[in-house]
Ligand binder design. Structure first.
Ligand code: BGC
Length: 759
């Protein structure tokens, strides 16, 4: 509605201008381009300014997006429409009084996208987002989410990419380039250190400056510098005692001064407790639009606690975001994006990020096979997590549907019994889906299995597929309980009995994991012949899974997050989600820089599946690993020939880790410094990959100097198929320390942290 009014208003204004001459039409200066912003700021009233920096709730009701900035028609300022989220454009599929529908494509979750290790693919997915945003009239996407997978319990990890900041930063930069190529903005979120949902509105994350710079801020730094995002969303939590939207040190000293960020910053919805501090910190926009915030800002300027020049700066930054927006450019959305092309893209992307964890030869399973499919998740396949990251897609292809569509002969009686069971259970009040918001749904128990059901299935089929599904989402963390991290008794029983029956007959059992993050696998993986980690693959889930199981697509995904043997091995197990345990006010990041594989590799803790790991239907040799130079005068270039030495075409993800010398700073045993994915290599085909490492890439953060430094000594450069599968090491010697960059000495924790050390 508001958009229509705005278009009508613009049209009328143009007529008036033509008829009466621009000079006479309006005395107030108009926002026409970036250069006009100073004049507009001079003419804007205090109240208009206060409204501009506070969101506008009315918009949300029209389109179902998350929020907006207000229009100020007198000055030619249009509203901006802001919509979630990381797995697709989140708007209402219907609008009042309109027959058309507004479904968006549910792409795979961010964790799956990162597991593709394919920045070009992620940029292409970003372009898919871009077209939908533009054609549905959205100006800013409230994504990508780029918090680090610090602990597998974080309920929103599915919205985030990885435990590693390089992977996170490269993926977010690619997504940003893709989206913004359509002239719509991204909003990197949640800046920063929002690594849990428990008490997310208040919890204080206490983190060392080094861990901040190297782990939690690094991904944002990469994306800001490489891809120039138009907007950033600060987070809910406190960071070293201060709410992030109220942290001048974070939003100005680091983001703008150290990194040169030029866009605007908005709060997360309802974050923080002091709108004046937000303005001063450089948090330009407060969402989702409360009159109390407008009033507080006006009062603060009037009583002198907020310098109006600061408010001017916030307003000007927002206006710079406005003049780039489609709505300002007068773009008329078609409401008809190419959903068919995006469905195909979603399916392809999904296949690229699925990970083959185990395979004793059971896969690929050619489509002439008869199969029996077990597990509720074959019917209720989870396309993505719940919360603001959920997408209103027109459909989700279930695993059962996908397998049938691929041409498998599926044992029908069993499939039917699952369908009937799920239908029945959803009619019970406790499992009803009625009135559920945000995709959150109660999870029914596994359908019980009768013995003769299993034996009949075994007699019919050549192989069994067992589906395990999980969901998680915004507002709560995952739990280390049965039904979440552990299998339920019903799931365990299903795997054990199906395994016994099929294996006794020499028939394979294949597990498909439709999950948002790691679950416990070690206790049952020996019962199956193959495990496909399919993640939550978006609306084309079933088709994409069938593509990989059948070998139509050779899996090439690798883990961007470690799967531990048991949760107690996780370095944050003892301090997540903070203290006091029943209602945390503070969470101390004692593991420091040792997050994910940095921890496992340094402390010799064996994971179930290491970071960077993933199998293929073919295999690859790594040859001719060498450095083009043996000193780091400017940069070193490492090169490797990757050859497909197996029977089918495939792609390989190659990783470059560095072991830096311990000097005054201790170093993790391995740090990822570069990665690439080969093209599709035919059997016998070879590709040479090269990777550049410069001083900035190699540097560690020295808190004493507040600087990024490269320390003197021997550097081992490992070319690897995973963090636990190093295929060759070359090294160079750095003769002296290098100070790469000195930065603002800010965000010091206010207490001593008992930091994990390898010494
Ligand atoms: C979430 C954000 C989201 C916003 C708007 C908040 O609750 O934390 O990620 O963008 O809502 O929906």
């Amino acid at each position: 509605m508001q958009r229509r009014l705005w278009l009508v208003f613009t049209a009328v204004l143009c007529c008036v201008l033509v008829l009466t001459g621009a000079a006479m039409a309006s005395e107030a200066p108009q926002l026409v381009d970036e250069a006009s912003i100073p004049e507009v700021i001079k003419a804007i009233t205090l109240e208009e300014k206060a409204r501009l920096v506070v969101g506008d709730r009315t918009w949300v009701q029209a389109t179902g997006s998350a929020g907006a900035s207000p229009a100020i028609e007198r000055l030619g300022i249009p509203p901006m429409d802001l919509a979630d989220g990381p797995a697709g454009v989140r708007i209402s599929p219907t609008r009042e009084g309109v027959d058309d529908t507004f479904y968006a494509t549910a792409f795979p979750i961010a964790t799956l996208l990162a597991s593709s290790w394919d920045v070009e693919l992620v940029e292409e997915v970003g372009r898919g987002f871009g077209e939908e945003l533009l054609e549905y009239g959205v100006d800013y996407l409230l994504a990508p989410g780029m918090n680090i997978h610090r602990d597998l319990r974080c309920g929103r990890n599915f919205e985030y990419y990885s435990e590693d900041p390089l992977v996170t930063g490269k993926m977010a930069a690619a997504m940003t380039r893709g989206v913004q190529s359509y002239g719509v903005g991204v909003t990197l979120k949640h800046f920063a250190v929002n690594n849990q949902e428990t008490n997310r509105f208040t919890v204080d994350a206490v983190v060392s400056q080094r861990a901040l710079r190297e782990i939690y801020l690094k991904g944002f730094e990469i994306a800001v510098k490489e891809a120039k995002p138009w907007a950033i969303m600060s987070s809910y939590n406190r960071l070293n005692g201060v709410y992030t939207p109220q942290s001048y040190e974070l939003l100005t000293s680091i983001l703008r001064e150290d990194w040169g960020y030029e866009g605007f910053v908005m709060t997360d919805w309802g974050a923080g407790d002091n709108p004046i501090e937000m303005m001063i910190a450089g948090n330009d926009m407060i969402q989702p639009g409360r009159d109390a915030h407008v009033e507080a800002i006006i009062a603060a300027v009037e009583n002198g606690t907020l310098d109006e020049a600061i408010l001017d700066l916030n307003a000007a930054r927002i206006l710079r975001g406005v003049v780039k927006s489609p709505q300002f450019r007068g773009y008329v959305p078609s409401n008809n994006p190419d959903l068919e092309a995006h469905a195909a893209l979603s399916r392809r992307a999904a296949t690229e990020g699925m990970i083959l964890l185990e395979n004793n030869g059971a896969l690929p399973l050619t489509i002439d096979k008869r199969i029996a499919v077990f597990g509720n998740g074959q019917i209720e396949t989870v396309k993505g997590g719940f919360g603001s990251g959920d997408v209103n897609a027109r459909y989700t292809v279930s695993i059962l549907e996908g397998l049938i569509a691929a041409g498998y002969d599926v044992y029908e009686e069993l499939a039917r019994s699952y369908e009937i069971y799920i239908k029945g259970v959803r009619q019970l009040p406790e499992y009803s889906l009625e009135g559920r918001r945000w995709g959150r749904a109660p999870v029914p128990p596994q359908k019980p299995l009768f013995n003769d059901e299993i034996s009949k299935a075994e007699q019919y089929a050549d192989a069994a597929i067992v589906v395990i599904s999980r969901n998680s989402g915004e507002g709560s963390d995952r739990t280390i309980t049965e039904g979440d991290y552990y299998l339920t008794a019903g799931e365990r029983d299903m795997i054990e009995r199906v395994s016994a029956a099929f294996r006794a007959a020499g028939k394979p059992v294949i597990a498909v994991l439709n999950i948002p993050g790691p679950i416990e696998m070690v206790s049952w993986r020996g019962l199956v012949d193959a495990i496909l980690l399919a993640w939550q693959p978006g609306q084309e889930a079933g088709h994409a899974i069938a593509d990989v199981l059948s070998g139509k697509v050779n899996p090439s995904g690798k883990l961007a997050t470690t799967i531990p043997v048991s949760y107690s091995d996780v370095p944050t197990a003892k301090n997540f989600p903070g203290y006091p345990e029943d209602n945390p006010v503070q969470v101390i990041y004692e593991e420091d820089i040792y997050v994910g594989y940095r921890y496992y590799s340094t402390f010799g803790v064996e994971p179930a599946y290491p970071f960077g790991y993933g199998l293929s239907y073919t295999s690859f040799d790594y040859n001719n690993i060498h450095l083009t130079t043996s000193t780091l005068s400017d940069k070193v270039i490492v090169s490797v020939d990757v050859e497909n030495v197996g029977p089918v075409a495939g792609k390989e993800v190659v990783q470059v880790y560095v072991t830096a010398p311990d000097g005054k700073l201790e170093k993790p045993a391995l740090e990822l410094k570069a990665f690439a994915k080969t093209k599709l290599l035919q059997p016998g085909e070879k590709q040479t990959l090269t990777f550049e490492l410069d001083a900035r890439t190699l540097a560690s953060f020295d808190e004493k100097l507040s600087a990024w430094i490269v320390e003197a000594g021997d550097y081992a450069v490992h070319v690897a198929a995973s963090s636990a599968d190093i295929r060759g090491t070359v090294s160079f010697y750095q003769a002296h320390d290098i100070i790469v960059e000195t930065v603002n000495n800010v965000l010091k924790p206010k207490m001593e942290i008992n930091r994990l050390s390898k010494f």
